[in-house]
Design a protein around this ligand. Structure first.
Ligand SMILES: CC(C)(COP(=O)(O)OP(=O)(O)OC[C@H]1O[C@@H](n2cnc3c(N)ncnc32)[C@H](O)[C@@H]1OP(=O)(O)O)[C@@H](O)C(=O)NCCC(=O)NCCS
Length: 386
């Protein structure tokens, strides 16, 4: 592609009518586990997502989006792709530059740009960014008809290492309360980032509220050897009063229960809810947290879904327990037939144990590491100087 063609290329906001062309340049991306085909129209309507297409001679040749998080202070670049026949000519670079310019002009409140990359990225690309954190990815593929058998296998394996940790499904108010405790942010979240389904979030309340609307399943547990220092005050039957660490915190639940659900948004019931029994939250160690997304269909095959489990904490038995519970929960909402590709995102120290735990489940080796990167020296130029 000539420089002339590149200069005549247009980068413009994406519209619903770009869908078909965009799908035709996206074939095979991420080995068929691409969220964009299913999410495109939903993301288009999301005011926090800004989506752009590159067009050459009127045809879609590239796509990039950024998500505004942290109350609008951070932009996360995501879903970059260029038509296979147009790669290697600077289109991706031009789109990224366009996005930076767009952010400077239209979103001057953004002061940080993050980017999440998979391990395949050549170091050449990574050198432009400051490395923030990396997590291990373990991927497994489970055909629908084998789901129960595989879950039983994992249950048996967990018994072998001393049984499960008690895990609770957090209510929306408990999620908000959990992150009011600095222990959670400092002790559980590396660099204070809650990375969920490839997007890094701070614990800014707007991010939590957004995640609560997305049908994310939040599980939490304490290490069995942690000592309860929580004031053992009588627990309210009202779920809005919960205890974390040494605090009793009141928070409103009503706003968050009205959250809209995604098509297959899990609504966890099988686990004890922390308001109905002595809660592992009522302890002081930072414990272990996991987030399971709503399984979403991917182009890999008919009836194939993707399911992300983001794990926070370093205790191997807790990690295994959470994976098992998240799979059980996901199985409840997974449509019959097909199957699921499941990605586990965990601290790198957990890779060996989790890989061993998943032995006997078919691996889906696409990526093995996830890197959070920050654009070096992003500065907002005051409008008056532009
Ligand atoms: C990665 C991809 C977008 C590169 O597109 P391209 O137009 O061939 O790239 P360019 O010709 O502009 O050259 C590379 C530039 O693109 C960007 N880039 C390349 N690979 C990238 C990657 N994996 N992630 C982010 N940016 C990348 C960099 O800005 C790089 O600039 P630099 O050379 O100054 O470092 C393209 O190969 C593609 O669509 N791959 C499949 C989807 C994919 O892997 N997307 C990236 C993960 S989100």
């Amino acid at each position: 592609m000539s420089e002339k063609t590149l200069s005549s290329m247009k980068i413009i906001p994406a519209t619903a009518s770009d869908y078909n062309e965009l799908m035709s340049i996206s074939k095979g991306i991420y080995r068929g586990v691409d969220p964009l085909p299913f999410r495109y129209h939903e993301w288009l309507a999301d005011p926090q997502r800004k989506m752009f297409v590159a067009k050459s001679e009127g045809k879609v040749v590239g796509f990039l989006l950024f998500v505004l998080v942290d109350g609008g202070r951070t932009a996360v670049s995501d879903s970059l792709r260029v038509a296979p026949w147009m790669r290697g000519h600077g289109i991706a670079r031009a789109m990224q530059q366009f996005c930076l310019d767009n952010l400077r002009s239209n979103h001057p409140e953004v002061s940080r740009i993050l980017f999440v990359e998979a391990s395949e990225t050549p170091q050449r690309e990574l050198t432009q960014y400051q490395h923030i954190h990396s997590k291990a990815i373990i991927s497994i593929s489970i055909p629908y008809e084998q789901m129960e058998e595989k879950i039983k296998l994992l249950e048996g394996r967990l018994e072998g290492v001393g049984g499960r940790r008690p895990v609770v499904a957090l209510s929306p108010s408990e999620v908000l309360c959990l992150f009011e405790d600095p222990c959670t942010t400092e002790g559980l979240l590396p660099k204070g980032l809650l990375i969920h389904s490839w997007i890094p979030y701070s614990t800014h309340r707007s991010n939590l509220e957004m995640l609560l609307k997305r049908g994310v399943v939040w599980f939490y547990s304490q290490h069995s050897d942690s000592v309860s220092e929580c004031v053992t005050s009588p627990r309210s039957s009202d779920a809005s009063e919960i205890c974390i660490g040494t605090n009793i915190t009141k928070s409103s639940t009503s706003d968050y229960f009205t959250a809209q659900q995604e098509p297959f948004a899990p609504n966890p019931v099988p686990l004890p809810h922390s308001s109905s029994q002595p809660s592992p939250l009522a302890r002081t160690s930072c414990g272990f947290l996991s987030l399971g997304c709503s399984p979403f269909p991917v182009p890999l095959g008919q009836g194939i879904y993707c399911f992300d489990i983001d794990l926070f904490g370093t205790d191997p038995v807790s990690a295994q327990t959470h994976v098992l519970h998240q799979l059980i929960e996901m199985q409840r909402v997974l449509p019959a037939g097909g199957g699921v590709v499941c990605y586990l995102f965990a601290e790198k120290s957990l890779r060996a144990e989790l890989t061993q735990f998943c032995q006997g489940l078919e691996p889906f080796y696409e990526v093995t590491e996830q890197h959070v990167l920050e654009t070096e020296s992003y500065t907002v130029i005051p409008k008056s100087l532009m």
